[in-house]
Design a protein around this ligand. Sequence first.
Ligand code: SAM
Length: 204
Amino acid sequence: MIWKDGKLLSPGKILPGDRVYHGMRIWDPAHSKVAALCHIHGEPPVTDASILYLGAASGSTVSFLSDYAEVVYAVEFSPRSVRDLIRLAYERSNIIPIFEDARYPERYLPFVEPVDILVQDIAQRDQADIAIRNLSFLKQNGHFILFLKLFSMGIEKKREELTDEVLKLIKRAGIIDINVINLDTYQSGHVALWGIRSSQKKDE
Ligand code: SAM
């Protein structure tokens, strides 16, 4: 990925509203959790990758990923956001918009190839469960990146307690080498869990 003077830059076509530096789009960590992850922890191997992105919204982060990736399958269920996403996909042929509920991956199974990276940014109570249901799209040794919005999971529980619950679930589903990354610096109340899909399922 391209960095200049501490800024993460994206080489694709400049879109309305983009801030530009040295002729490239600035990927703002305050506006994108993936950018925040890159700034705080490091870059996922997005260059030339196939990516399944759950919770695409209007496609802001997806558009930046598409500057680097081979293809981004972008799942979103809000009709208003999907309209923008489709408009974006007309401009960028490597974005495949999917107007579906990510709780039902079987509905888009025929349209998505096995991917190198699964990213989920769905701020819902059952966000971990949704990610696990979509695991079958991820290649073995592929990267699993789950953004947790802790406020969406129950304010009565402590942050560590919530993160541990999800950690247990994803370990049981076969995710290994998991890093827990606090994104508070740029994205308040958010944590990223970044691991690898193993070929073996674990008991705990
Ligand atoms: N990733 C986006 C970005 O950085 O530009 C922001 C995503 S926003 C926090 C969460 C999105 O997930 C919303 O657009 C919401 O409509 C979508 N979403 C929530 N539950 C979903 C589901 N079950 N299936 C598909 N999309 C869902």
